[in-house]
Design a protein around this ligand. Structure first.
Ligand code: KG4
Ligand code: ZN
Length: 335
């Protein structure tokens, strides 16, 4: 099946063309990062307006790249939630209008399911995991652990009780005067820092559950800055590396504990924070030490993009077999 997927839940406008739920023929993405950077974060009103401005251009770019026309599209999948309402509406109404005009089926999809299953897409460097696997979503809005037993079959094991991992990166970067998105800036600065320079707390380390909490860590950094001021040079790199290490430690400890508790031998990292170079390196080391196979999609499929919706779009389109729009914002028990 040739499926068009559309993603506009936050500040990326993206349209992809996917064959058989796994082959990426095109994955066009227009990022609004430069627009939101001057405000230090995503401004919802601006995000919606820029999706409206960009969506047709991105759609044409995807078709051009794939060498296809709208008439080739056999079904449409679009992010229906979670996300910013005004942003979501642009993608949803574009998808519904296309589906109506082309008389093709259209399904609404859960953004988190997209992140969780992006690793099932074909790609040069991606070896696909088999089910079941443990999925850790680490993005700007979520830090969730799921058992993924199949497409559409998930069990939530734990999630953050306050800030998401990406949110913690973004907020700490802001305190340090670094540009949005903060995770990228901290990753870069940390690459020359000493992760043992400062001893930041590892929140929820001793708790038996699989939940996360990052607001205390953020406060610990704020208190350090109050006492010592914003560091520069090597001291700034050391602080970033130490903060990043605390997040990576907690994420991997909880994920590998979950693997053991649920007899899972495959771990999938997804979401924007899965681009983090230290998380990728440490995950490879820690998984190797515990005989867990690690799967991480390439960075372009970890941050928000429409191609990641390919596997679930195909799955639900085949299941529904309907020409009507069906929303699935709650598929992964999250909204
Ligand atoms: O998945 P995503 O693109 O959007 C959401 O669904 O939230 O994730 C965005 C988040 C931002 O918080 C950003 O700072 C973080 O991913 N991020 C990173 C890195 N690249 C993006 N965090 C740490 N290290 C990175 N290299
Ligand atoms: Zn996302």
């Amino acid at each position: 099946m040739l499926v068009m997927t559309i993603e506009s839940s936050c500040d990326e406008t993206s349209v992809a063309l996917i064959e058989d739920g796994k082959r990426i023929l095109a994955n066009a993405v227009a990022s609004q990062i430069p627009i939101h950077r001057r405000y230090g974060g995503v401004v919802p009103e601006l995000a919606s307006r820029n999706h409206i401005r960009d969506i047709h251009q991105v759609l044409n770019e995807a078709l051009d790249t794939a060498g296809l026309t709208l008439q080739d599209v056999e079904g449409i999948g679009v992010t229906a939630g979670p996300g910013l309402v005004g942003s979501l509406l642009v993608g949803i109404e574009t998808a519904r209008a296309l589906a109506f005009a082309l008389d093709k089926p259209c399904v609404g999809l859960n953004h988190l399911e997209g992140h969780l299953t992006a690793v099932l897409l074909e790609g040069d460097r991606v070896q696909n995991p088999t089910f079941p696997y443990l999925g850790l979503i680490v993005s700007g809005g979520h830090t969730d652990l799921y058992v993924v037993r199949g497409l559409g079959d998930y069990e939530l094991l734990g999630r953050t009780r306050d800030d998401a991992a990406g949110e913690a990166f973004d907020k700490v970067a802001k305190m340090l005067g670094q540009p949005y998105p903060g995770g990228v800036a901290i990753d870069r600065l940390a690459s020359t820092g000493n992760p043992k320079a400062l001893d930041f707390p590892r929140p929820m380390w001793t708790r038996k559950n699989l939940d996360f909490s990052f607001s205390g860590l953020k406060t610990a950094v704020a208190q350090h800055l109050d006492a010592h001021g914003i560091p520069e040079g090597q001291a700034l790199s050391d602080l970033c590396a130490s903060f990043q290490e605390a997040i990576v430690d907690v994420l991997l400890m909880k994920a590998l504990t979950a693997c053991k508790a649920h007899n899972l031998t495959r771990l999938v990292l997804s979401g924007g924070v899965a681009c983090n170079s230290r998380l990728r390196t440490r995950a490879a080391q820690d998984c190797n030490a515990q005989n867990v196979e690690l799967f991480v999609a390439p960075p372009t499929l970890c941050t928000d993009n429409a191609a990641m919706l390919g596997p679930i779009a195909e799955h639900y389109l085949r299941q529904e077999g309907s020409t009507h729009f069906v929303g699935h914002a709650i598929r992964a028990q999250s909204n």
